[in-house]
Design a protein around this ligand. Structure first.
Ligand SMILES: Cc1cc2nc3c(=O)[nH]c(=O)nc-3n(C[C@H](O)[C@H](O)[C@H](O)COP(=O)(O)OP(=O)(O)OC[C@H]3O[C@@H](n4cnc5c(N)ncnc54)[C@H](O)[C@@H]3O)c2cc1C
Length: 306
């Protein structure tokens, strides 16, 4: 472990780092460091950390950081990152038991190889299964709500619980995960089909993404939720925000519900740009946009996590 002597929980087996940089891990490539980053070795290690950590220590779980703006002041307390010990993918009949750290795209490929259809949409989402459950990630008319049978979590006190589909209370880009809990694995259901046909649908999804989204840019996916009866991108376009720029933060020309870091943007630039877009859309159409991207951490060093 690195710099672990001051950490309040002793003898953890995983990797602990003080003042751990987060920006390089985030899709946006912005954000200050975590006071502590803990990469648990396995489920028992994570459960012990959750049981023994001081009640006052804030804990934040991060997946692939593809739907977050980590603020410039970094994250107070401990950031948990799930890695190898949580990335298993096991095919059981027409279900897949997948670890929370497994990437959505890898899960889609495993399902295709096993001749299981219905998970193709995951090939277009650059996150992890933990983040997908939390966000009810979806695309092309499907989402986690449609394919999840159960998810196992560790509660904020470190107890293992299996939540059924219904207990997760899925809604559009939303789940009712208990506060402070960590998703550690999920059971996803597929439907038997021809593997080549599934692979061909995955290829179509990839091609359509490349054509319509800035998938190679420093971005965070859809910035705002689609308001009831509207498309966020259309409202943003109509408000004249396509290509709008603040510093190195820009509203994508290609898909205007995506924000981009053109190089040297700060989190503050991205957030200010997002708020400017919200104001302009409200003034033009009377519709209030709500952030889909999670904005986490301190605005500046020394502030509390919001
Ligand atoms: C180019 C691009 C395209 C995208 N396209 C789509 C799309 O089509 N559809 C879509 O839905 N999303 C899309 N996204 C957004 C993003 O990929 C999804 O929301 C994804 O599910 C986030 O997963 P993550 O692992 O990156 O989570 P993170 O961004 O790391 O975290 C997101 C939230 O999930 C929580 N979280 C993460 N892991 C866990 C865990 N194990 N337990 C509990 N909570 C956890 C975090 O605390 C945070 O609140 C896109 C993003 C990009 C950059």
């Amino acid at each position: 472990m690195t710099g672990s002597s001051d950490f309040p929980v002793k003898s953890l087996r995983g990797r602990l780092t003080a003042n751990a940089p987060l920006g390089p891990r985030a899709w946006f490539r912005v954000g200050g460091p975590a006071d502590w980053m803990f990469i648990p070795e396995d489920q028992d290690d994570l459960a012990r950390f959750l049981r023994e950590k001081p009640a006052t220590m804030p804990v934040t779980v991060l997946g692939a950081c593809s739907n977050v703006i980590i603020r410039d002041g970094g994250i107070a307390g401990t950031v948990i990152r799930l890695a190898r010990g949580f990335a298993n993918i096991d095919v059981q009949g027409s279900s897949l038991i997948v670890g929370a750290a497994a990437l959505d795209v890898t899960v889609a490929e495993h399902a295709a190889a096993a001749g299981l259809a219905g998970l193709e949409f995951l090939a277009g989402i650059p996150g992890s299964i933990g983040g997908a459950v939390r966000m009810n990630a979806g695309a092309y008319g499907s989402d986690l709500d449609a394919i999840l049978e159960w998810a196992e979590i560790l509660t904020e006190k470190g107890d293992l619980r299996r939540l059924s589909h219904d207990e997760l209370g899925f809604a559009y880009r939303h789940s009712e995960l208990p506060e402070g809990s960590v998703v550690i694995r999920a059971c996803l259901r597929g439907t038997p089909d021809n593997a080549d046909a599934i692979r061909s649908r995955i290829a179509d999804i990839r091609a359509s993404r490349e054509a319509s989204q800035p998938v190679r840019a420093r971005t965070g996916g859809s910035t705002f939720r689609n308001p009831e009866g509207h498309k966020a991108w259309q409202l943003i376009d109509e408000a004249g925000c396509r290509g709008l720029q603040i510093g190195d933060a820009q509203v994508s020309e290609k898909h205007c519900n995506f924000l981009l870091n053109l190089g040297q943007a700060s989190s503050a630039d991205l957030e200010t740009l997002g708020e400017t877009v919200r104001e302009k859309v409200l003034a033009r159409s009377g519709v209030s946009l709500h952030w889909e991207i999670k904005r986490i951490g301190r605005q500046s060093e020394g502030e509390q996590t919001l």
